[in-house]
Design a protein around this ligand. Structure first.
Ligand SMILES: [Zn+2]
Length: 377
């Protein structure tokens, strides 16, 4: 448990017939550790170890020569690691901020490894590229689904009766703030879903399982995306990233790598590039010896007089002509700042209009090859 209880538990002796039944602080029932306090019926260290350990052992098994494919690794994480680590999390009550933070760290660790991103990559970039929410949101979703099951349980089932009893207790007793009901009430408020419980209490009506699932998924997704976007706006580390990657959905690079597995190493290169932070101090270019405040590739492309980037750029833009003549025209006149974003995988309305979707992977692979040649030359 890792936590010392300050209050001594009063000594009681429970006997069955004449045999004394030993009492324990924790016990395991159906694979879930329960605690007598009801406050921490889980062991945070075990959950953390399960997340990291299961992910590492599974990802080793799917690693190829250039590491695991991020699409495969993320899918394994979502479908095998998370369900195992969060088994029974519906009953974890009053998780402290510090404990939740530890779970988020393990969550980010796995997603960073899954995508082959450098150690110091910002967590919001890691989540963004993977298109994943926080682990807290995953736990909330499971608790919300559990609420749905309890509301739908047949009348007369012990779990339904107990649930109704606890609901009444909660409404009557303001002081009782530990347990599933206080937790789920907070979660419903967080996602503006409390009206559903009010309706259930008033007239026993609750959305069907499918409807409830989609309502929760939408509410949690919107809440997570808006908080993620706000965090990206708050720090200049994200100034480039937030333009390339605008929504909490799997990155364009990973979607291209899924369609064209041969492009995996190029797509990893592009993903790492868009996670680069703009320098805080002026950077000295080893070629022209000028100081600049851009990420390396921007300086090499548009500023450095000691590269043949302008000629390379012309050659690259010609590769776009056979894919889309209108986009080719557009790229010839576009601002350098926008061109860099296109090269890194930003899709805006112009790209969506001018480039046929089936040809986009070829375009992005050309972009990655071009940027790689600029950096190596
Ligand atoms: Zn230079």
């Amino acid at each position: 448990m890792g936590r010392q209880r300050s209050k001594a538990i009063p000594a009681r002796q429970i006997a069955y017939d004449s045999t004394l039944i030993p009492e324990a602080v924790n016990y395991k029932h159906l694979g879930i550790i329960q605690s007598i306090s009801g406050k921490y019926p889980y062991d945070i260290d075990t959950v953390k170890q399960t997340i990291r350990g299961t992910f590492l052992s599974l990802s080793q098994k799917v690693s190829g020569r250039s590491g695991a494919n991020p699409n495969t690794a993320i899918k394994l994480y979502k479908t095998a690691v998370i369900p195992k680590a969060l088994f029974g999390c519906e009953l974890w009550n009053s998780i402290s901020i510090a404990d939740m933070q530890q779970l988020e760290v393990a969550h980010h660790f796995c997603l960073k490894r899954a995508q082959g991103l450098p150690h110091l990559t910002r967590s919001d970039m890691v989540l963004g590229l993977a298109g994943m929410t926080s682990i807290e949101a995953l736990i909330d979703l499971q608790k919300l689904a559990f609420l749905g099951s309890l509301c739908h349980a047949p009348t007369g089932e012990p779990c339904h009766t107990l649930f109704i009893l606890r609901l009444c207790q909660f409404d009557l007793c303001e002081n009782r703030k530990i347990g599933f009901i206080p937790d789920i009430v907070k979660i419903l408020q967080k996602y503006n879903l409390e009206d559903y419980l009010t309706t259930f209490k008033t007239n026993s009506l609750f959305p069907s399982k499918e409807k409830w699932k989609s309502v929760c998924k939408k509410a949690v997704g919107q809440h997570e995306t808006s908080h993620w976007r706000t965090r990206l706006e708050q720090h200049k580390d994200f100034s480039l990233f937030k333009e390339v990657h605008k929504s909490l959905e799997p990155a364009t690079t990973w979607r291209v790598a899924k369609i064209r597995p041969d492009s995996l190493s190029l797509m990893k290169f592009l993903s790492r590039l868009c996670c680069k932070k703009p320098p805080e101090q002026p950077v000295l270019c080893s070629k022209c010896t000028h100081q600049h405040m851009h990420i390396e590739v921007v300086h090499a492309l548009f500023e450095c007089p000691f590269t043949d980037s302008p000629a390379r750029l012309q050659t690259f833009i010609e590769t776009v002509r056979p894919l889309s003549a209108p986009l080719h025209e557009h790229l010839k006149n576009v601002e350098p700042a926008t061109l860099v974003l296109y090269l890194m995988g930003m899709i805006d309305d112009v790209i969506a209009d001018l480039m046929p979707i089936a040809l986009y992977p070829e375009f992005l692979i050309n972009c990655a090859n071009f940027l790689q040649s600029v950096l190596s030359g």
